[in-house]
Design a protein around this ligand. Structure first.
Ligand SMILES: Nc1ncnc2c1ncn2[C@@H]1O[C@H](COP(=O)(O)OP(=O)(O)OP(=O)(O)O)[C@@H](O)[C@H]1O
Length: 322
């Protein structure tokens, strides 16, 4: 098997918080995984689990506290300015709020020209126009109906397509899509997910799809990573995780996917902030305070990651791994 495109090795990121940085949050805590070429991988977890932090470190928008990220075997933190520029030709991002990525006073065309100015300044107007038109067509948009117009003339879904078209201009090896469909309505969401799938099939682009929505992760990805409070609790083949969830947190997440036949009922789940913070100080499993199966060992000893079956890993004492 060929080497992975990206190797995330023992990644940890600590943020200082509170008065004069008195409290530390391990937003990402010893996380390791690979992204293979052409793979769509979902990073799933509730708010604050560390997903965006991992995406930002991969995009080199944030340094890790420890651990490293290898891209095609090279440590991305060691890239100099020139190498970093070529890295951004290969690694592109699409974020949650498409409106925030455009300057409302300029026509849409500007976001494409900025890509050319940064990466291919020598490309002339004629060739630029041809490439822009092709990449808009690739995402299902008619260039004549897009170019020359202003951001406010488009819907969120159309703007997100335009941003994907922009990312595709450089034919990236990896697209980091951080909550890229969260602000869209349900049918537009599926259109954009299908588009990401097509991009992978056509260009062989790997996609890191960051989401809090388990169902979207299932729909799009080959591999799923489940995060809880900075740690990977379960990961592997998407089908295996959804058909045979192992970790109590994954099971709880799957059970909490809303069912059309069930009405909402308050179950007293809102926890005080002190309790939230205390989670970061547990020596064992972060999930112990919420886990119905937690034993003394779960509070004291951090569970190791074990391969429960082929391509299906879990970090939970219920499955051994001493
Ligand atoms: N710059 C920062 N300074 C201090 N704490 C931070 C910073 N960025 C993130 N955090 C904290 O790190 C933890 C993980 O945040 P992160 O944004 O990575 O989570 P997430 O899973 O992406 O959440 P969401 O889905 O809400 O975006 C959170 O507790 C967050 O408050």
């Amino acid at each position: 098997m060929s080497d992975p495109l990206v190797k995330v090795e023992h990644l940890t990121r600590i943020f200082k918080s509170g008065l004069i940085g008195g409290f530390q949050i391990k937003a990402v805590d010893d996380v390791s995984f690979n992204i293979r070429e052409g793979e769509i991988i979902s990073l799933v977890g509730e708010s604050g689990s560390g997903k965006t932090t991992i995406g930002r470190i991969i995009l080199r928008l944030l340094p890790p506290t420890s651990g490293r990220i290898l891209f095609k075997g090279e440590d991305i933190m060691k890239f100099d300015k020139k190498r970093l520029k070529s890295y951004y030709k290969q690694v592109q991002a699409v974020f949650q709020d498409p409106f925030a990525s455009f300057n409302p006073v300029y026509p849409i065309d500007r976001v494409f020209d900025m890509v050319f100015d940064s990466f291919f300044p020598e490309t002339g107007r004629g060739e630029r126009d041809e490439l822009i038109a092709k990449s808009l067509e690739d995402v299902g948009l008619n260039p004549d109906e897009v170019l020359g117009k202003y951001p406010h003339q488009f819907s969120g879904g159309q703007l997100q397509r335009i941003l994907i078209a922009r990312a595709l201009l450089v034919e990236p090896s990896l697209l980091v899509a951080d909550e890229a469909v969260s602000m869209l309505d349900a049918s537009t969401r599926i259109d954009i997910l299908n588009l990401l799938g097509e991009v992978r099939d056509r260009l062989g682009t790997s996609v890191l799809f960051v989401t809090h929505d388990l169902a979207l992760g299932y729909y799009i990805s080959d591999t799923t990573l489940i995060m809880y409070r900075g740690r990977l609790v379960e990961f592997g083949d998407t089908e295996k995780i959804f058909k045979n969830p192992l970790h109590p947190y994954t099971k709880m997440l799957l059970e909490s996917v809303p069912d059309l036949n069930v009405k909402w009922e308050f179950k007293g789940e809102i926890r005080p902030e002190e309790e939230e913070r205390a989670v970061y100080e547990i020596a064992g499993c972060n999930y112990a305070p919420r886990c119905p199966f937690a034993t003394e060992k779960c509070w004291k000893v951090r569970p190791k990651v074990i391969e429960f079956e082929k391509n299906h890993w879990v970090a939970c004492h219920l499955y051994g791994g001493e």
